[in-house]
Design a binder for this molecule. Structure first.
Ligand code: ADP
Ligand code: MG
Length: 238
């Protein structure tokens, strides 16, 4: 579960081709980071995978099935939004259960999944609070909890920590890495932060103007950057 392949995927907005033909394979259980400067197409690529944008051409396969025409809710992926996407008037429990309620899941199963997610995220004691009564890190965990309960084939994160302060960011980075270890689910994580990329990724995809400059482990990119752009971006001495 969680193998994702992009084959000759392109995306244009009007006349602007934001993603030229792109091929990429993401393996089951991998933590893949898309990194690159602002405007290089990271969010667009993630939204194409999520189905929030339609590809202009090419195909996206999820676990061997052509998902290009499959609507977002049916792709089996969960996008984690920044914590401010929580409902302020609902309890933590209701926020986390929200996607299950929308799917009209059996209430006992909803409760089982919320309880399990809260345990993984250390939110068990906070289920009856509202988001406004939580710290920034706890709110971010609730946003992640809402993704976990769907038991997705892959998690998609778009700069989830960008509105947290520096200390909390370091903390959440570790928590997300630990979560990846315990769930062993594919995660695709978008950031413009080299440190996040280098510390969290199994595999880094360096993007520039919608093109893949290099794909590799943090060590490979550091030791053998494909070009000056990668070297400069990753901060390797070459
Ligand atoms: P990143 O997430 O790497 O900062 P984006 O994927 O948001 O970059 O944007 C890549 C390019 O696509 C940018 O030039 C941006 O202006 C353009 N773009 C993104 N979304 C749209 C849209 N809905 N309509 C037109 N242009 C868009
Ligand atoms: Mg973006």
């Amino acid at each position: 579960m969680g193998k994702i392949s992009l084959k000759q995927v392109t995306k244009a907005f009007g006349d602007a081709e934001v993603i030229p033909p792109l091929d990429l394979d993401i393996n089951e259980g991998e933590f893949v980071v898309f990194v690159g400067p602002s405007g290089c197409g990271k969010s667009t690529l993630l939204r194409l995978i999520a189905g929030l944008e339609d590809v202009s051409s090419g195909t996206i396969e999820i676990d061997g099935q052509n998902a290009t025409e499959v609507p977002p809710a049916k792709r089996g992926l969960a996008m984690v939004f920044q914590s401010y996407a929580l409902y302020p008037h609902m309890s933590v429990r209701k926020n986390i259960a929200f996607p299950l309620k929308m799917a009209k899941m059996d209430p006992a199963e909803q409760e089982r999944r919320v309880t399990a997610a809260a345990k993984v995220l250390n939110l068990t004691d906070y289920l009856d609070r509202r988001p406004g009564q939580l710290s920034g890190g706890q709110r971010q965990r609730v946003a992640i909890g809402r993704a976990i309960v769907r038991e997705p084939a892959a998690f998609l994160f778009d700069e989830p920590l960008s509105n947290l302060d520096a200390a909390l960011r370091v903390n959440m980075r570790l928590e997300i890495s630990e979560l990846h270890q315990s769930l062993a689910t594919t995660m695709i994580y978008v950031t413009h932060d080299q440190v996040e990329a280098m510390t969290m990724a199994d595999k880094i995809v360096v993007l520039r103007a919608g093109r893949i400059e290099q794909v590799g482990t943090p060590l490979e990119l550091y030791r053998t950057p494909a070009n000056q752009f990668v070297a400069g971006f990753i901060g390797s001495p070459k």
